[in-house]
Design a protein around this ligand. Structure first.
Ligand code: SF4
Length: 245
């Protein structure tokens, strides 16, 4: 069974991704793997070259102080995952846990994102995960030890940091980008339309019109309002169908 068949089989299953039993028993087979094994996917760079370019980008920016967030961060949170993945998730910025670990989506919302990914018959290692900004936006940067001190990045912070993310996308060249939450969706699609109207609808990224972008609710929103999980699962099934084409 090839990668597309696996995704199609996952699509055919109607089990909800937020079922704990389903998530923990999720089949961790390679539904995406390395795109070098899939001749139907157009990839401008071989995987090793992509990894090398991402590593160089990390080195270039790991000490960045171009916006005020750099002064208060603990760790620069670049991004993780498969540099050759056809699927990339983009959130807004690191929070308390991410700032300490240096990895995006590792707190409670991140654990929920991992469940979502596993319900798509994928693993975190098979997709690529990044944020709009690479340093933790805090309400009060003088108290980094306080939990719940998070805020969305300001427009000027996103604008300053955006070249790093655009370069990550240029290197990875995913087939599909899933935009997580209002801030990420509005910024990447350059719109003020509310996330409730954006979600579930395919878009083209203004900066990369060849890439399909699917906005959906942020996992943190699902923690606050579990009713939204149903909509997110609908959006994930649309993404899986597009990946299987
Ligand atoms: S958020 Fe981005 S632009 Fe601002 S300091 Fe961090 S890496 Fe640099």
């Amino acid at each position: 069974m090839d990668a597309k068949d696996k995704i199609k089989r996952a699509l055919a299953q109607e089990k909800m991704w937020f079922s704990d039993a389903y998530a923990t028993k999720g089949i961790r087979q390679s539904a995406i793997g390395n795109r070098q094994s899939d001749p139907t996917v157009n990839r401008p760079l071989p995987t090793a070259k992509k990894a090398k370019q991402l590593a160089a980008l990390y080195e270039q920016y790991k000490g960045c102080l171009a916006c005020p967030l750099g002064k208060s961060r603990i760790k620069f949170v670049f991004g993780v995952g498969n540099p050759d993945s056809p699927l990339m998730f983009i959130g807004e910025g690191p929070g308390y846990d991410e700032d300490r670990k240096g990895e995006p989506f590792v707190g409670r919302a991140g654990q929920l994102l991992t469940k979502i990914i596993e319900s798509m018959k994928l693993t975190r290692e098979q997709v690529y995960i990044a944020n709009l900004v690479k340093c933790h936006p805090m309400i009060n940067p003088k108290t980094p030890e306080v939990r719940g001190n998070d805020r969305p990045p300001a427009p000027e912070e996103m604008e300053t940091c955006k070249p790093i993310l655009l370069e990550q996308i240029r290197i990875i060249r995913p087939k599909v980008i899933c935009l997580l939450g209002s801030t990420s969706s509005k910024a990447m699609l350059q719109t003020q339309t509310p996330i409730s109207k954006l979600r579930g609808v395919w878009n083209k990224l203004p900066d990369f019109p060849e890439i399909d972008a699917m906005p959906t609710y942020h996992p943190a929103a699902l923690l606050r309002n579990p009713v939204l999980k149903k909509d997110v699962w609908v959006d994930m099934k649309r993404i899986m169908a597009r990946l299987a084409e």
